[in-house]
Design a protein around this ligand. Sequence first.
Ligand SMILES: [Zn+2]
Length: 82
Amino acid sequence: MPIYEYECPQCGHRFEYLVLSSTPAAECPSCGNRDLKQLISLCSMSSETTRQANLSAAHKKAAGVRGEKTREEHKHLHEHYD
Ligand SMILES: [Zn+2]
């Protein structure tokens, strides 16, 4: 779903607006102005992708750490009962 970022030249309000085929023209939620400046959202999109990539890398790392810890606890359990 395309989300566009608009800036209202009248009051300087910036907002994101989800545009669907049925959506009426965007208007400023602050002052109701419809003469909006559309901001280029490509860079926010690519940073989103980067963030998701970082997130999945972090998840893998966390999973690795978790596995390590479980093994450690398991070993500890054995030591305790031996
Ligand atoms: Zn406005």
